[in-house]
Design a protein around this ligand. Sequence first.
Ligand code: CUA
Length: 312
Amino acid sequence: MAWQVDGLYFLLTAVSAFFTLLIFVLVLVFAIKYRRAVHPHPAHIEGSLPLELTWTLIPLGICMVFFAWGSLIFFQEARPPKGAMEVYAVAKQWMWKFEYEGGQRDINQLHVPLGRDVRMIMSSQDVIHSFYVPAFRIKADVLPGRYTETWFRPTKAGTYHLFCAEYCGTDHSGMIGQVIVMEPTEYQAWLSGGGTTTGSLAANGEQLFQQLGCATCHRFDTQGRGPNLIGIFGKPVLLDDGRTVTADENYIRESILNPGAKIVSGFKPIMPTFQGQVSEENLMALVAYIKSLSQQKGSASNQPVSDMANAQ
Ligand code: CUA
């Protein structure tokens, strides 16, 4: 995305410079040409419709170019492509915690492979932070209580600055890190050598799913007291008030912390809240697990529930 942002920025600068110069030159030229010594009695001019239209429409056109190009970049930056690898980030005063799909963890260092789309799913444990990688021309607020996202595709191996771009307290300026872009083979080696992994993120989520007792109501074999979660991720969900929402990361998060907010059609609002009992990291593991229920076995979501039970 960087060259597009740079292109737009260059155009903005060039247009500003052009008009600054134009105005300065005209001020000088008119001051000399229409000085009092030459024109002692100024002519009275009522106004000119063509002139006023011109100086309204030309700036409007120029602004619309900025608007259209800026929107285009915004939409591209806001919509991660399908198939992007996902990295979860938790910001807190004053550090960045990253967690990869394989369960590896990083603090203040984000390791990514060259040439792959990387989607960041981010949340904050305390106040508002902002994920800012100037070299990638991306910046996204990281908020408590919800997930925000951004994405990038690194095109050059190396180490890049990561900043927090939202004032978040005393050590805001120290909340810095690195994005380390590695050759794919190097990256694989890093992943497998990546220290203390206790199983993939989704596997940790599965464990929590059992520990917290989610599995007693959200059953996969038969209809439980809660919805069967296999295959729901990314799909529309019909609620009991008639609305339909998409089961994305924020929906799952809300359903865990504030289950009463959106009741699935056909179910009773009996689920207790897990607010304060699940850390941001564990929430992300649970989200990854529920996501994995829709990814593994490809067509799992289309299989009848009884077949799923047999498969397990
Ligand atoms: Cu976190 Cu500034």
